[in-house]
Write a protein that binds this ligand. Structure first.
Ligand SMILES: [Zn+2]
Length: 105
């Protein structure tokens, strides 16, 4: 057996988890920012909280309405880079957060 090449842990996750991560990573998702700018399918790029554009970074890092869910998953502040490109354990946290927040990305 050859040693495993150093593939992104994303490849070991479920299809649903992969889809969520890819959408968050690329910004090609159903969040308002992209749906408004790209397709005009959302009336505005702004998040329903009114604070800023609804991007993956806003959802994962700052959206006030998700503070509780965010603290459950990440008790201490975690960089966006880690949430989207970290170890399998980190990626699992991100997909858990999306699911527990009831978000469709
Ligand atoms: Zn918001």
């Amino acid at each position: 057996m050859r040693p495993r090449t150093n593939r992104d842990d994303y490849h070991t996750m479920s299809r649903e988890q992969q889809v969520n991560l890819i959408r968050l990573r690329t910004g090609h998702n159903r969040l308002n920012d992209y749906m408004n700018r790209k397709f005009k399918l959302a009336p505005s790029p702004t998040c329903a909280c009114g604070q800023e554009d609804q991007t993956a970074e806003h959802i994962l890092q700052r959206r006030p309405l998700l503070d509780e869910e965010r603290k459950e998953v990440w008790p201490s502040p975690t960089p966006l880079q880690t949430k989207l490109y970290g170890s399998r354990q980190e990626l699992e946290k991100t997909t858990t957060f999306i699911t527990s927040a009831g978000l469709i990305v």
